[in-house]
Design a protein around this ligand. Structure first.
Ligand code: TYC
Length: 109
């Protein structure tokens, strides 16, 4: 194989040498407001799933309650997916209509 076969930009030869320094894509986990989920349940969930203290959890819950949507945290894709699933599982177990979503955190991607 000649140098020409592995010149920069062909995506082959330099792949091994490329430093693995790129930051991972990040995702915002969002809570959506509704009229039925109890405030205490949302606070409990923010403490257990997102490791917030009671004051911070209360602030985030009130933000969602008044603005309609709020960010619970920013995570890598797999962690964000796990958080969303945990929220939806707890929400379903408690028979609450609480909704949780994730979206790309463009500034970090
Ligand atoms: N709006 C709800 C209430 O008045 C509280 C609530 C907050 C529900 C945040 C969902 O994501 C939510 N009980």
């Amino acid at each position: 194989m000649t140098d020409e076969d592995n010149k920069p930009g062909d995506g082959l030869a330099l792949q091994e040498a490329k430093p693995a320094l790129k930051r991972p894509n990040m995702y915002r986990v969002l809570l959506i407001n509704d009229d039925y989920t109890p405030m205490d349940f949302v606070i409990m969930l923010l403490q257990s799933v997102f490791r917030k203290d009671h004051n911070t959890a209360t602030q985030i819950m009130m933000h969602v309650h008044t603005k309609g949507v709020g960010v619970c945290g920013v995570f890598t894709r797999e962690v964000a997916e796990t958080k969303v699933r945990q929220v939806m599982d707890l929400s379903q177990q408690g028979q609450h209509p609480l909704q949780c979503e994730m979206e790309p955190d463009i500034l970090n991607n």
